[in-house]
Design a protein around this ligand. Structure first.
Ligand code: ZN
Length: 302
């Protein structure tokens, strides 16, 4: 049974929101699918978790959010994560087998692999054709701090973000993953801010709380200690890709006739592999000709 879920809570005075996510299974699945090195598992897992949490903040049905981290001198290459408002999360790392380095304390050096400087892109697609695009500089490469910085600079929302991925010491499989987002809403008083800062300073790392078996509700309530708390909603989340033949055909149609023909290999097949789920979509020469016909019929109509 999938236990991955997101819970959103708010203080009854409406001053602070907390959102906690258990993403253990979906990060495990993502790491297995992409055969990631330990540090790539951590980088992808953190970004998948951030996307899941940020996706849960989208109020519109069928809205989606895409996070793209591209560090300078990055060993992982770009790391991408996409989530929709229905709890479907997916992602990939450009170089999943990048080398893994550790800090002296034994923790994975995610910043080294991702790049300490670079860009975080945030794209919110509300399904209306006018996506919101935000971009901030990376400030650490450890990802949680970069998400915090994104909210502070791009959306002017005071935010605390914690993300954690725990790997097995022996086989490096993902054991636990999760995240927490705390946001001050308009109307938060100095007193509220002081209390939240105190709570945050006392919070244990996300993976420690998960390892203790704390529920997402307990984690939110710990973050909002000292306040009366109401659970807003609870959403199951999962690793899922919505790629389809139709969507690939839509992409082919943007190419010229010759470009479409050139997609076929010497055996006469074009193969498109989905970055997110690695599913292979295969088209024969004849099917490519069909697509060209379909495209030209469309062009004539326009
Ligand atoms: Zn796919």
């Amino acid at each position: 049974m999938n236990k991955d879920r997101i819970i959103r809570c708010i203080t009854t005075d409406g001053a602070v929101m907390a959102c906690a996510a258990d993403t253990s299974e979906l990060v495990f699945k993502g790491a297995k699918l992409h055969i990631t090195s330990p540090v790539a598992s951590a980088a992808l897992g953190r970004l998948l978790t951030a996307a899941a949490i940020m996706g849960a903040q989208l109020k519109q049905k069928d809205a989606s959010i895409t996070l793209r981290v591209k560090g300078d001198n990055s060993e992982t290459g770009a790391v991408i994560a996409v989530s929709d408002s229905n709890g479907n999360v997916k992602g990939y790392v450009q170089n999943p087998d990048c080398p893994t380095e550790y800090y002296p304390n034994g923790k994975l050096n995610v910043a080294k692999a991702v790049g300490r400087t670079g860009i975080l892109n945030v794209m919110k697609d509300y399904g209306t054709g006018e996506p919101y695009i935000g971009q901030v500089q990376l400030i650490s490469g450890e990802i949680a701090e970069d998400i915090t910085n994104y909210y502070a600079t791009s959306e002017q929302i005071p935010t605390v973000c914690a993300l954690g991925v725990l790997l097995d010491k022996q086989d490096h499989e993902v054991l636990l993953a999760g995240g927490l987002l705390i946001q001050l809403l308009p109307g938060a008083t100095e007193e509220t801010i002081d209390q939240i800062e105190k709570n945050v300073s006392e919070l244990e790392p996300m993976t420690t709380m998960l390892a203790k078996g704390m529920s997402m509700e307990e984690i939110c309530k710990t973050a909002l200690k000292g306040f009366e708390v109401e659970v807003l909603d609870e959403t199951p989340i999962r690793y899922a890709c919505s790629c389809s033949r139709e969507k690939i055909i839509d992409a082919f149609i943007t190419l010229s006739d010759d470009e479409i023909r050139s997609l076929a290999d010497e055996k006469g097949y074009a193969e498109a592999i989905c970055h997110f789920c690695k599913k292979k979509h295969r088209f024969s020469k004849m099917q490519l000709e069909e697509i060209i016909k379909q495209k030209n019929r469309k062009d004539e109509k326009e």
